[in-house]
Design a protein around this ligand. Structure first.
Ligand SMILES: Nc1ncnc2c1ncn2[C@@H]1O[C@H](COP(=O)(O)OP(=O)(O)OP(=O)(O)O)[C@@H](O)[C@H]1O
Length: 459
């Protein structure tokens, strides 16, 4: 199917003629005989193009256009009319119509315009997806280990399916990178990819983010808000850290997956939505189900297609090629062409345990590039960070608190700063940019502090 066209006209013979013609061209056609029916179909089925007769029994195209734009401004509308005056044309364009076509409709001209509008719609969606994702050119299957080849084979098999995918893997293994790849290489690539990290979100915030709300639905809902599920229509929703989703919200997500409908907060009517869910977690969700922190029914639904991303230490043979790929990216990003790794570096990289996985590897390389003026990085340029290792691996003394640390009152200001930075960095899984944001300082200042506080090499 090349696309879906909604034909709104009160004359059954005109609808029949257009339908017959467009279906023969491989397009699917929905029909509405007036504004009311058009509104419902538009909201529920989100066509790719609307053909809208100007005069309808319960209103005109001018009544309907602003409403359709409010629901989804990316869907192009073509107005059909027997009498086009310049004023009408200007008014329609102002209200968001893409084109006019005089009646009686000439089918070849109609097809030409519909094809053009379909292309424009697809390009708009693709552009929206790219804005949301950032550059989607990262390759998630770097290396030749059996673990990564197996992951690639399974990922390719699930590309075309609409069933939910569950990505499991430690922090920094590239779950986000794989989610983007699945979206961009699957049939929904022209649609949006919408991402939400569920960690630490209150139930109400999570609900309004996912489902949206009507004006006045609760105190503070001063205007209506579109939920991410609506924004992701015909695309993909990526829910990161799904294991942290509040128990109150979980049954509502299950309903969306099972019935493909949901309701904005404060709304009485259901909305139909067509999204593919990719969920990710670093937790053992089956354990969370046993501990009654995650609903069993939702777990079974979202884990239809589970993909496990191996940790770096499970595939040390892939580390040299991943490191060189990351270095080439950093080289471009930081304007330092021709960067290389000396032969001794591979052994050093392979012998470290990488608790923060590819994110940590990238950070170690980025730090090395920034702190070294040579084009060839040597083992001495690599500063691994044992604090991260300590915090990310389970420790009896609790996260981020080395057992040997004495009374906080005896600490110097410099030591407090050093420990705080180390903790924030560890809490962000070694993600320097996010840690800098959390600390409220520029990334370059954080690098400077890491250097002066000796965090990069001897914490
Ligand atoms: N295959 C890859 N190629 C290049 N960079 C990668 C790759 N995989 C991961 N990265 C980098 O590692 C970092 C972490 O990736 P990502 O956010 O996808 O991991 P994650 O498993 O989702 O982490 P978390 O569980 O902490 O959210 C990002 O900066 C990303 O650019």
């Amino acid at each position: 199917m090349r696309g879906r066209v909604l034909v709104v006209d009160d004359e059954p013979s005109i609808r029949f003629g257009i339908r017959h013609f467009l279906e023969a061209q491989g397009l699917a056609v929905l029909e509405a005989e007036g504004c009311r029916q058009a509104r419902t179909l538009f909201r529920q089925d989100r066509p790719d193009v609307v053909l809208l007769d100007y005069r309808l029994p319960d209103g005109t195209a001018f009544d309907l256009l602003p409403e359709l734009r409010a629901v989804d401004p990316s869907i192009p509308v073509l107005v059909l009319t027997a009498h086009v005056s310049l004023d009408t044309a200007i008014q329609a364009i102002k209200l968001g119509a893409e084109h006019f076509l005089p009646k009686p409709v000439e089918m070849p001209a109609l097809l030409l315009l519909v094809d053009r509008l379909l292309e424009a719609h697809k390009a708009r969606r693709r552009q929206q997806a790219q804005v949301a994702n950032g550059p989607g050119d990262l390759e998630p299957f770097l290396g030749e280990s059996r673990a990564i080849r197996r992951l690639e084979a399974t990922a390719r098999r699930v590309l075309d399916s609409d069933s939910p995918v569950l990505l499991q893997g430690e922090t920094g293994t590239g779950k986000g990178v794989l989610a983007t790849w699945l979206h961009l290489n699957g049939p929904r690539t022209g649609g949006p990819l919408v991402q939400l990290n569920c960690a630490g979100l209150s139930p109400q915030f999570l609900e309004t983010e996912l489902f949206g709300h009507e004006r006045g639905a609760f105190t503070g809902a001063v205007s209506r808000k579109q939920g991410l599920l609506e924004v992701a229509h015909r695309g993909t929703v990526f829910l990161d850290e799904v294991g942290d989703m509040d128990l109150q919200v979980q049954p509502k997500l299950l309903k969306v997956l099972e019935e493909k409908r949901f309701r904005r907060l404060g709304e009485v009517e259901d909305r139909v939505v067509d999204v593919r869910l990719i969920a990710a977690t670093h937790q053992d969700l089956s354990e969370a189900v046993r501990a009654q922190l995650f609903r069993g029914d939702l777990y079974f639904r979202i884990s239809t297609l589970p993909l496990r991303i191996p940790a770096l230490r499970e595939r040390p043979e892939d580390i040299p090629v991943i490191a060189r790929t990351l270095l080439a990216g950093l080289s471009r990003e930081l304007g330092r062409p021709g960067l290389e790794l000396s032969s001794g570096v591979d052994a050093a990289l392979r012998s470290y345990s990488w608790p923060g996985n590819i994110r940590e590897l990238r950070n170690v390389l980025e730090r090395a590039v920034l702190l070294s003026s040579s084009a060839t990085l040597r083992p001495a340029d690599l500063h691994f960070n044992p604090v991260i290792a300590q915090v990310l691996s389970p420790s009896p003394s609790g996260p981020g608190v080395p057992a040997s640390e004495g009374s906080e009152l005896d600490l110097t200001l410099r030591e407090v700063e050093r420990r705080h930075i180390a903790r924030v960095l560890a809490a962000e899984g070694g993600h320097v940019e996010r840690a800098a944001k959390r600390l409220g300082i520029p990334r370059s200042s954080l690098y400077q502090k890491l250097k002066t506080l000796g965090l990069s090499s001897k914490v």
